[in-house]
Design a protein around this ligand. Structure first.
Ligand SMILES: [Fe+2]
Ligand SMILES: [Fe+2]
Length: 269
């Protein structure tokens, strides 16, 4: 049995939003009909702007169900300091989801959402002790034999080409936590650059390690590094023994996404 997921990130309604490309993403998502449609945060560019939430909820309604979503740092207010510090998820919970730590158990795969976006940092990410406990508890509750995926906005590893972007704080400790929880794949965004790696790149001594699946920006003009000004998303197909991650990149000449890279990664027993 193979579970099919579509992984989209950093959709960024607002000035960088490419509405025509967003429409293509929604159409291709409907055609692919994944078991789960995943969005790993940064729904808007400026969370203070109501119109941006309206744009993105209209787009989201065109994408397939079920959806699995987590917030990103851009989904926290920037200019309204009171909200940023004391009510950082006011807009996200109103427009996107009231669940900041979603968990979804399917037949074969369990998804665990973690919230790395906080009000007191503009760009960086953080997994609080409560979030870490949440990951442990949710992983322990996964049905026997299920593969485990964690979705969180901030990334663990800076691949070449993005400089020293703010990762989740204490990435080595988080990689160790994921390893202890036997997480097979961690899906993230934030850097606007597609990348597939492994947490053993970060902590070579890990017992199993976790496959890192980074999605670029699906619908904004803020692609970075080799994906500068480009849009991309991933499809992820998991069987009992392997995961296949395909990077789909937008081709302006055909106005479609095309598969540019295909990764085949073995899953640990
Ligand atoms: Fe972003
Ligand atoms: Fe971000």
């Amino acid at each position: 049995m193979t579970i099919r997921l579509m992984h989209v990130s950093d959709v960024h309604a607002g000035p960088p939003f490419a509405a025509e490309i967003a429409a293509v993403v929604a159409r291709e998502a409907q055609a692919y009909a994944p078991d789960v449609f995943v969005v790993s945060g940064d729904f808007v560019q400026r969370a203070d702007e109501l119109a941006q939430w309206q744009t993105i909820t209209t787009w989201l309604a065109q994408t397939p169900q079920p959806r699995f979503v987590v917030p990103g740092n851009h989904d926290v207010p920037l200019y309204n300091v009171w909200n940023r510090l004391f009510n950082p998820y006011i807009h996200y919970t109103r427009h996107i989801s009231t669940d900041l730590m979603p968990v979804m158990h399917l037949n074969g795969v369990s998804l665990i959402g973690a919230n790395t976006a906080f009000g007191w940092t503009i760009d960086g990410g953080y997994l609080s002790p409560a979030q870490q406990t949440h990951i442990r508890t949710a992983a322990a509750s996964a049905p026997a034999g299920n593969r485990r995926i964690v979705v969180m906005h901030h990334h663990l590893v800076n691949p070449p080409g993005v400089g020293r972007r703010n990762r989740v704080a204490n990435p080595e400790a988080i990689a160790t936590l994921l390893d202890e929880c036997q997480i097979d794949v961690v899906m993230s965004g934030h850097i606007h650059l597609s990348y597939v790696g492994h947490t053993r790149d970060l902590v070579p001594s890990l017992a199993r390690g976790t496959i890192i699946c980074q999605a670029g920006t699906a619908t904004s003009r803020r692609g970075k590094g080799r994906e500068r000004h480009m849009c991309a998303y991933n499809t992820v197909e998991m069987s009992a023994t392997q995961v296949v991650i395909r990077r789909h990149v937008y081709d302006p000449s055909t106005q479609k996404f095309v598969v540019r890279v295909e990764h085949h990664e073995e899953l640990q027993a």
